[in-house]
Design a protein around this ligand. Structure first.
Ligand SMILES: [Zn+2]
Length: 615
């Protein structure tokens, strides 16, 4: 059984940028951008004024005559195209200056030097061609209005501001498909390149600011009291209340500014985006997480853990948020790989944030019980590994970050809330939808699902369920080894589905095309069962069937009256020719008490009632 040929991937293997083992090829390359960004936010007008210089490094073997950027905020502009609910519009990104390679550019629809904005995508035709190994500077000055609550993934509710997609961001140019310049329509997420960021944010004094990256000027923006409490949080065993209700004034939480303003400076290395949040009403809790040896110097490292929330959010257990975050960061650092960034910060934001992930940051809105807040927190923190550290294309393959994260979330929940079987919840959600008949395959662009339900199943529940099945097929040890190896190989890189598939095959030493084909390229369902059990002389003939089109091994456990239980497997290739039935012969004695298919419930079978004998 084969999976459909992927011409772009085959071409990359031929060129040596990818390999058939799943590791990056010897000639793998990816682009890089250094960002220097400044912004001032006026919380009353909700206007953000920005300016920035981007230095784009062309590490590809191609000469680029034009470059593309995302102006993601234009999702909210009047007349914007979208496929999610955007209940109003605000001003889009208003560019007052665009320059490339030192030359001022004008908007133009003609060919020749200039720039063009189409929805959320900006094209710049460069004054001079950008050769391989060269770099180009791009300068921008812009203004935008932060969208009100209801904006997917961020915005402001008048008290809290979660600032995302706020600057011109380089589009990804990669070795597989060149420029990824699909419009941001609201549903499908992002594909972002890596870079370093220097960010300066100007806010009124008394407004706490938290951002992707490390704060570079704490003595200028934080009070001595806040700094002292923050220091103690760095080695505290519990949660330190860094800013309490009584502290929330300029001079007590923040430093006093000049002219009533403070400039907060952040630096972030090797991240795919920067977002930030601010409020004058935030409380600030902090602690630390043990992440293992993140920088490879042989010593254990820690990451700072922060939670920013309004006092009334205690009703949604936000005073536990730092504890939840610490557990999540520590758990994933063990389960996947050490968390390498300086901090992980959870922010109470506008309700339409839902839960949304950004490097080192998550914005969480709405009301929660303890399990719900833990779940959304650990899910978003799980995203630090996929797609923040392992930078897949979320737009084309939502399952590569959402599915892996949904699976990882289940592991963290099982560790924290003993007895909660989140894998079973995912499986039920997938099977229920598959039964309803609305399912479409996983290998589909995130903006091309017929319904939100079909997207949700294909992006979250089914891939999470399928990974449990893969763990069942490979065994936990091999599965974990392959999963970690995939992360290690593609840290700060851009893996495609083939790289993940090939890594699992490489590490396990098995051809798993039948697995990928069944679960990622098709909507075939699994329905294994025990047909008949009959005695034939000294033997017992067990006839198992495979009624669905899904191809999976049949794992039988035969339990006997003497207490013995034997495990037998009908390999997946028994079904490759389209057979529906297979006889398994075992000894009749000692007497067989019961037979069960997949008693561990690893596989998502649509009908479990026929998997046990006697029925
Ligand atoms: Zn997610």
């Amino acid at each position: 059984m084969v999976i459909p040929a992927n011409e772009a991937f085959q071409r990359a293997v031929t060129r040596g940028t990818r390999t058939s083992t799943g590791a990056p090829g010897p000639r793998y390359w990816q682009q890089w951008t250094d960002y220097r960004l400044e912004a001032e936010l006026n919380p009353i007008s909700k206007r953000l004024m920005g300016q920035g210089t981007l230095t784009y490094f062309n590490r590809s073997p191609d000469t680029l005559r034009e470059v593309y950027l995302h102006l993601l905020h234009n999702l909210f502009a009047p007349g914007a195209r979208h496929n999610t609910d955007v209940p109003w519009s605000v001003e889009g990104v208003e560019l007052s200056r665009v320059a490339a390679q030192g030359q001022e550019l004008k908007p133009t629809e003609e060919e020749g030097v200039g720039y063009e904005v189409d929805g959320t995508v900006m094209r710049i035709r460069l004054p001079r061609a950008l050769a391989p190994g060269g770099s180009a500077t791009l300068d921008f000055r812009w203004m935008l209005r932060v969208p009100p609550d209801g904006a997917p993934r961020g915005g402001q509710d008048g008290e809290t501001f979660f600032i995302n997609y706020w600057y011109p961001q380089m589009a990804v140019y990669d070795d597989l498909n060149g420029w990824q310049i699909d419009q941001y329509l609201g549903n499908a997420e992002f594909y972002m390149g890596y870079g370093n960021y220097d960010v300066a944010l100007t806010l009124p004094e008394g407004w706490l600011v938290t951002s992707t990256g490390s704060l570079k000027n704490p003595t200028e923006v934080l009070s001595a009291q806040t700094r002292a409490r923050l220091d103690s949080a760095g080695h505290a065993t519990g949660i330190v209340r860094v800013v309490t209700e009584a502290d929330r004034t300029a001079g007590t939480s923040t430093a006093r500014g000049t002219g009533g303003k403070l400039v907060w400076r952040f630096r972030a290395d090797t991240v795919r985006d920067v977002s930030w949040a601010t409020s004058s009403r935030y409380l600030w809790d902090a602690t630390n997480a043990a992440v293992g040896d993140a920088n490879g110097d042989g010593r254990a490292d820690t990451a700072a853990i922060n939670s920013f929330y309004r006092p009334e959010l205690r009703a949604s257990h936000w005073n536990e948020s730092a504890r939840y975050s610490r557990h999540s960061v520590e758990f994933f650092s063990r389960y996947l790989m050490p968390y390498p960034y300086a901090h992980m910060t959870a922010v109470d934001g506008p309700s339409s944030c839902g839960g949304m992930e950004y490097p080192m940051m998550t914005c969480i809105g709405g009301q929660w019980d303890t399990l719900g807040l833990y779940e959304v927190t650990t899910h978003e923190i799980g995203h630090m590994w996929f797609p923040m550290l392992v930078g897949s294309d979320e737009k084309r393959f939502a399952w590569m970050d959402e599915g892996l994260t949904q699976f990882n979330q289940s592991q963290a929940i099982a560790d924290f809330f003993k007895g909660v079987d989140d894998e079973e919840i995912n499986r039920r959600n997938y099977l229920g939808f598959a039964e309803s008949g609305g399912e479409v395959e996983l290998m589909r662009h995130g903006d091309r699902y017929p319904t939100y339900g079909s997207y949700g199943v294909a992006a979250y529940y089914k891939p999470a369920t399928v990974l449990v099945a893969l763990r069942g097929v490979l065994g936990e040890e091999t599965y974990n080894k392959a999963f970690k190896e995939y992360g290690r190989r593609w840290l700060y890189k851009h893996p495609s589905p083939s790289d993940l598939f090939n890594t699992f095959e490489d590490v396990s030493g098995r051809d798993l095309d039948w697995f990928w084909r069944t679960w990622f390229y098709e909507t075939w369902r699994l329905d294994q069962g025990i047909d008949t059990v009959s005695t034939a002389g000294d033997s017992l003939d067990i006839v198992v069937h495979n009624e669905g089109r899904a191809v999976m091994p049949v794992r039988l456990v035969v339990s006997r009256t003497d207490g013995r239980a034997d495990s037998l497997t009908v390999p997946a290739n028994a079904w490759f020719g389209g057979e529906r039935r297979r006889t398994v012969r075992v000894a009749a004695l000692p007497a067989v008490k019961s037979i069960e298919i997949d008693p561990e419930r690893d596989f998502p079978d649509v009908d479990r009632s026929n998997q046990v004998w006697p029925r």
